[in-house]
Design a protein around this ligand. Structure first.
Ligand code: DGY
Length: 350
């Protein structure tokens, strides 16, 4: 049998590549930019594994191009809205994400955004650089204190909880909205079964819910209209969880006071997008998990998932374990070939 082959869609930490090389021949896409759909298809037609990124759309076409050889797709991200998990499961292709390793890093970036918007850090820096800082004035650049303010976290998963803990340390009151209350997070975090309550009470709203069919544009015009005029929205989940046009209108009309976005729809956000005309918005280029240690850990975890699958061992963070109960087309063909061989041998013996 051929040595397994793995395609890595972007240059990642050497430790991850070295791990993959213990079980497979590895090819790494050399460009900074993601491979186009055509390049993704031509580079994955004879691979057993793909190490992908959030920008790579792993759809039916990519899943089918190897004619049943592909066994595993490891996403180097905790979110996996770029993967067609249903189709993969049907084809016996395991998929994985990278939970845990990026939780604190992403919460920290969210917090940095919250502080940047609430204290006008980016707008102030721009003025200083542009020579527009005239003098100290009692009413210049006035922001909002975190201490004593109310934070509502939408989606109290791992990242939401890390964000909430930091907010507690900053003496904020913390509410959260989830499908159900979390019993494992201790005291001091108030559950709002109704999204509306979390929106109405928030001075700061932090969105950390994954993007699914149900959460697409979860925060739109109606939801924004419930927020306080002085409130600030932070999105560190996925751009499409918020309707960005509704957000632009709410900000422009002063129905909310500011926004800090690490994610947008689309990404990259076009330079002429209306949100970029607003001074009360800070946008970072999807860098929630972008610390050196975390990006290495994410790459290594993705590689561990691929290695495990190719070695027939349990994967550390598989998102569709049902896939393991199905055989890939290639496995079925190999089994069939083996069966035919056995029958032929049996016949010869007779
Ligand atoms: C994730 O892990 O989902 C991040 O958004 C990628 O940095």
């Amino acid at each position: 049998m051929d040595k397994p082959r793995v395609f890595v869609t972007r240059k990642v930490d050497e430790a991850a590549i070295a791990l993959l090389e213990t079980v497979a021949d590895v090819e790494v896409w050399p460009d900074y930019k993601a491979p186009s759909k055509g390049a993704l298809l031509s580079n994955t037609k004879d691979v057993d594994g793909i190490l992908a990124n959030t920008e790579d759309r792993i759809d039916e076409d990519v899943l089918a191009v190897s004619n049943g050889r592909l066994k595993v797709v490891a996403n180097m991200a905790v979110g996996f809205d770029n993967l067609d998990v249903n189709t993969a499961t049907g084809l016996g292709i395991a998929m994985s994400n990278t939970p845990g390793v990026l939780t604190k890093t992403t919460a920290e970036l969210g917090f940095a955004l919250m502080m940047a918007v609430s204290r006008k850090i980016v707008a102030g820096d721009r003025d200083v650089r542009d020579g527009k800082w005239q003098n100290w004035h009692p009413s210049a650049y006035l922001g909002v204190d975190l201490a004593g303010s109310t934070l509502s976290v939408i989606g109290m998963g791992k990242i939401g909880f890390e964000f909430a803990k930091r907010a507690k340390a900053f003496e904020m009151r913390v509410l959260y909205h989830n499908r159900s209350p979390r019993k494992d997070i201790g005291e001091g975090f108030e559950y709002c079964g109704k999204l509306e309550t979390a929106l109405e009470q928030a001075d700061f709203l932090c969105i950390t819910t994954p993007l699914t069919k149900e959460t697409h544009h979860f925060i739109g015009k109606a939801q924004l209209s419930l927020m306080k005029p002085a409130s600030i929205l932070i999105n560190i989940a996925r751009g499409a969880v918020v309707d960005n046009i509704a957000l632009f209108e709410a900000l422009k009309e002063g129905r909310i006071a500011g926004a800090g976005l690490d994610v947008t729809e689309p990404e990259p956000i076009p330079a002429d997008h209306p949100l970029l005309t607003l001074a009360n918005v800070v946008i970072t280029p999807h860098i929630g998990s972008a610390s050196q240690r975390t990006r290495r850990d994410m790459a290594v975890l993705a590689a561990q998932n691929i290695k495990a699958r190719l070695s027939g061992e349990p994967m550390p963070s598989c998102v569709n374990p049902e896939a393991m109960t199905r055989k890939t087309q290639r496995e079925k063909e190999e089994e069939y070939a083996l069966e035919v061989l056995r029958e032929e041998e049996d016949e010869e013996e007779v």
